[in-house]
Write a protein that binds this ligand. Sequence first.
Ligand SMILES: Cc1cc2nc3c(=O)[nH]c(=O)nc-3n(C[C@H](O)[C@H](O)[C@H](O)COP(=O)(O)OP(=O)(O)OC[C@H]3O[C@@H](n4cnc5c(N)ncnc54)[C@H](O)[C@@H]3O)c2cc1C
Length: 385
Amino acid sequence: MSGLPKTADVVILGGGVMGASTAYHLAIRGIKNILLLERAPFFGTGATGRCAGGIRHQFKTEVNIRLSKKSLSMIDALEEETGHSAHVRKCGYLFVLTAEKDVSVFQKTLELQHSLGVKTEWLSGDEVRRLAAPCVFPDALAGTFNTEDGLADPNSIVMAYINTARRYGAVCLTDCSAIGIELEKNHVRKVCTSLGTVATETVVNACGPWSAFLGNEIGLKIPVYPLRRQWFVTETIPELTSEFPFVIDFAQSLYFHREGSGLLSGMSNRNEKIGEDQSIDPKWEMQHIEAAVKRMPLLENSGIKARQAGLYELTPDAHPIIGSTPVEGFHLLTGFSGHGFMQGPICGKLMAEIFIDGEATTVDISMLDYDRFAEKRLIPEYNVV
Ligand SMILES: Cc1cc2nc3c(=O)[nH]c(=O)nc-3n(C[C@H](O)[C@H](O)[C@H](O)COP(=O)(O)OP(=O)(O)OC[C@H]3O[C@@H](n4cnc5c(N)ncnc54)[C@H](O)[C@@H]3O)c2cc1C
């Protein structure tokens, strides 16, 4: 007995935050015959389980600001809604700006955030230096800070959604890979899996960095590319206070936040090549440590306790692809390009709206369609870390 049903109204592929949130939001709106398939032995061990846990309002595009605003309030309400806490810690996000060009972009971004009700503050170089300490930024020109940004726990959110979706009757399976999609006249008819075949007319591809594979199987190019990112966590650093914010040295794509009694630091390698390698790159780690020690001299005296590498699911404009495709019944919820964990709650809800109401209504995501790439309607996001 594999537990794999013979038919499903909706088959969700991938048990990361996107798949889990979609299953939950469909289930609480009364959809009964939901099947979620995760190929790993546990849910949430793909990009979601390797992410840094950051949640923020501070984006450049209106759609990302609106998505985060809704999603972060859903994360706040998760415990009341599902009985599971997301373990939110609002330490605030501090973007430190050391390049003139970033200062002018962030100034405009701040105006947009204010117009959408997001209360990000503008800081002078001196205010940045005070807030970022014990990080050192002699070259800080300015910064932005939002006290409502911070951290949440990816595993808690995934399991809150999976457990509650199951309570409402959704079937959520691990150890089951989707290996192909059968079409009839360009309509989805079946999902082929490692445990057998399921008849369905509706599929949601929420396979994160691995989303392109199932598109290739049906001749659909999905412009989502896996890109390695990595971070490390130090041993205890007693000098770090509980107020230390999530600090981002934007020009270097270098970040720090408290993790337990130590510090988590990540840095994006701009020369990283597209690929599925999830092992730590030791050469990059050395460069990262050197850059990190310059900003946070306390690191000089602390050991590394843990390290992690994972994959961003990158699109050409760093925005996700949400909704239908030219293949009838084959939907995408993927391509979040480094900020999908925080947007998982709202995006699962929007997927449910698309299926049940015919369109996403809570946030206008019409510009995040699949066709924008062919039609050259890209909407680049600047605040990608
Ligand atoms: C190092 C790092 C740091 C990050 N930091 C942040 C952050 O601070 N804040 C933030 O918001 N985001 C962050 N992100 C991005 C975030 O993790 C992702 O955008 C988000 O988790 C994507 O969720 P997902 O459900 O789409 O993908 P995933 O979590 O990868 O889930 C996809 C799932 O699909 C499964 N799967 C794949 N193929 C198949 C198949 N054929 N059949 C069945 N199952 C399949 C995989 O096993 C996987 O579990 C970070 C990412 C990385 C790598």
